[in-house]
Design a protein around this ligand. Structure first.
Ligand SMILES: NC(=O)c1ccc[n+]([C@@H]2O[C@H](COP(=O)([O-])OP(=O)(O)OC[C@H]3O[C@@H](n4cnc5c(N)ncnc54)[C@H](O)[C@@H]3O)[C@@H](O)[C@H]2O)c1
Length: 252
């Protein structure tokens, strides 16, 4: 029970890594606000957890919705000790001249600005307790670029630097801020990086993603959840500003 007595606010909790993190954190004793812009998905995750979970519907790129979700969590559970930013959107490989400004902004807003927004509203509660842990699910694509993933790579690179900027700013308040760079992971998101029909996507998943992982396996959401548990628990009480690659060696 590494998170007994803690309250966690997990974004993107309706699917993939956010779902696995919500379930593991709850199993380890945390009260969990499971936040997703697809309310039904958040509710499904909550149904798979034990007690002391609360599904919330909110778009993490909209300031008023982030503010309301944080306020509701504090109202229900009394505090926020942990924020995990897992909400994110992919982009299909697209030549830069075909990327619309709207798509660019949307990718940056959801993958990076959302991290600023959850910090803006959760950090005052953490400062009041002089403790807290923020974990950002970034990407190995934030340090190792791929052709055609221009906006996605930029949004994740920004997320990595924001992680470090917040870590140095919040260290005096004993608030730790870390990141995880997943490699290609077997979640609903993976095939959305690809163009083409289902058959083509299945072929490309093997050829492009699996072959890029030295350990020869796609990453599982549970692999990310276990690293998240370490970083958000007191096991990592002296770790901040760190970005951990959980990527089967993709980043080497
Ligand atoms: N799957 C991969 O290969 C991979 C690799 C590296 C990094 N990542 C990153 O890991 C994180 C989790 O991805 P995943 O693979 O679990 O994807 P996923 O699609 O399974 O889950 C993402 C969840 O975030 C939610 N979401 C998206 N935008 C939102 C918003 N604005 N507000 C609230 N909820 C929102 C979605 O509804 C979904 O439930 C993402 O940030 C992603 O960029 C994924």
């Amino acid at each position: 029970m590494l998170l007994k007595g803690k309250t966690a606010f997990v974004t993107g909790g309706g699917s993939g890594m956010g779902k696995a993190i919500s379930k593991l954190f709850n199993k380890q004793g945390a009260q969990v606000a499971i936040v997703d812009w697809i309310g039904e998905a958040a509710a499904h995750t909550a149904a798979e957890c034990g007690t002391a979970v609360m599904p919330l519907t909110a778009d993490m790129s909209r300031e008023e919705e982030v503010a309301a979700a944080v306020a509701r969590t504090v109202e229900e559970f009394g505090s926020i000790d942990i924020v995990v930013n897992s909400a994110g959107v992919p982009m299909a490989f697209t030549p830069v001249e075909e990327v619309s400004l709207e798509q660019w902004h949307r990718t940056m807003d959801i993958n990076c600005t959302s991290i600023f927004l959850t910090a803006k509203y959760a950090v005052p509660h953490m400062k009041a307790k002089q403790s807290g842990s923020i974990l950002n699910i970034c990407s190995i694509a934030g340090v190792r670029a791929r052709p055609g993933l221009n906006a996605y790579c930029a949004s994740k690179g920004a997320a990595i630097m924001l992680t470090k900027a917040l870590a140095i700013e919040l260290a005096p308040y004993r608030i730790r801020v870390n990141g995880i760079n997943p490699g290609p992971a077997e979640t609903p998101m993976l095939s959305q990086f690809l163009q083409g029909d289902a058959e083509q996507k299945e072929r490309d998943t093997k050829e492009i993603f699996l072959s890029s992982v030295p350990l020869g396996m796609l990453i599982q959401p549970e692999d990310i959840a276990e690293a998240a548990l370490y970083l958000c628990s007191d096991l990592a009480k002296i770790v901040t500003g760190e970005i951990v690659n959980v990527d089967g060696g993709r980043g080497i």
